[in-house]
Design a protein around this ligand. Structure first.
Ligand SMILES: [Zn+2]
Length: 246
């Protein structure tokens, strides 16, 4: 293939722009915010589950407390009723009086026991409510952290998009100066090797960094200026410049 030396040199500008585009694409894929968002999302899901579990536990305790309080009320009502009967003087038989007094005493003990149960449930409920509050706060913090990371990711992507559009614009301009057949070869090689063209610099291919043999250098020296050369080692288009060492 033949191409004017200037057109060949433009391939190096194109390769440079393509490598900038590759770096931008890599940056886009590896933004630290992406891992951060992923981690926050997992943490959020874990905490959301824990909040539901803690809320269920607190709800169960609230119902348990209502039930225990109504047990206390029932015993208290019964004791009050017995007390009124006792105070009314309607019960006169010593045996019935003794039985009533004994029942009242027993109901008071029962009430005391049940009130202990209520207190114990209240303590557990307080701890459960406090756990819910802690978990909700942590969950909301995680949501805020994720949202902040998403904002940073969006800002970074916007910046990358802007740079990529700029590179793309410059690339279109450079590509327009390269003959179609040479550009086609470059694109094919870029697809195969990631980089389509490299400079021959001080006797070394800048694509694979391999130093050319004396025989190879002599072959290149003898080649016409418009001949499109390829690196024997990496097959990329080898572009001659005044720095080539020829
Ligand atoms: Zn090479």
């Amino acid at each position: 293939m033949k191409a004017a030396p200037d057109a060949q040199k433009r391939l190096l500008d194109l390769a440079e722009l393509d490598s900038v585009a590759d770096r931008l694409a890599h940056r886009r894929r590896t933004l630290p915010e992406l891992a951060e968002i992923d981690e926050s999302s997992k943490q959020y899901a874990r905490l959301a589950t824990q909040v539901i579990e803690a809320e269920t536990e607190a709800g169960d305790l609230a119902r348990e407390q209502t039930k225990a309080e109504s047990d206390v009320d029932a015993v208290r009502t019964r004791a009050d009723r017995d007390q009124k009967r006792l105070d009314s003087g309607a019960v006169t038989s010593p045996r019935d009086l003794a039985s009533l007094q004994s029942e009242i005493a027993s109901l008071h003990r029962r009430q005391g026991d049940l009130e202990e149960v209520v207190l114990e449930i209240m303590e557990r409920r307080e701890a459960a409510d406090s756990k819910v509050r802690d978990l909700v706060a942590k969950r909301d913090e995680t949501a805020a952290a994720r949202s902040a990371a998403e904002d940073r990711r969006d800002a970074a992507l916007k910046e990358i998009d802007k740079e990529a559009a700029d590179v793309q614009g410059r690339r279109t301009g450079v590509a327009a100066e390269i003959p179609a057949d040479l550009l086609k070869l470059y694109e094919k090689l870029r697809e195969q090797y990631g980089v389509g063209a490299a400079m021959l610099r001080h006797g070394r291919c800048q694509g694979c960094k391999v130093a050319l043999s004396i025989a190879e250098m002599n072959r290149i020296k003898a080649a016409p200026h418009d001949e499109v050369l390829r690196c024997e080692e990496c097959r990329r288009i080898l572009v001659r410049t005044p720095e080539s060492g020829l």
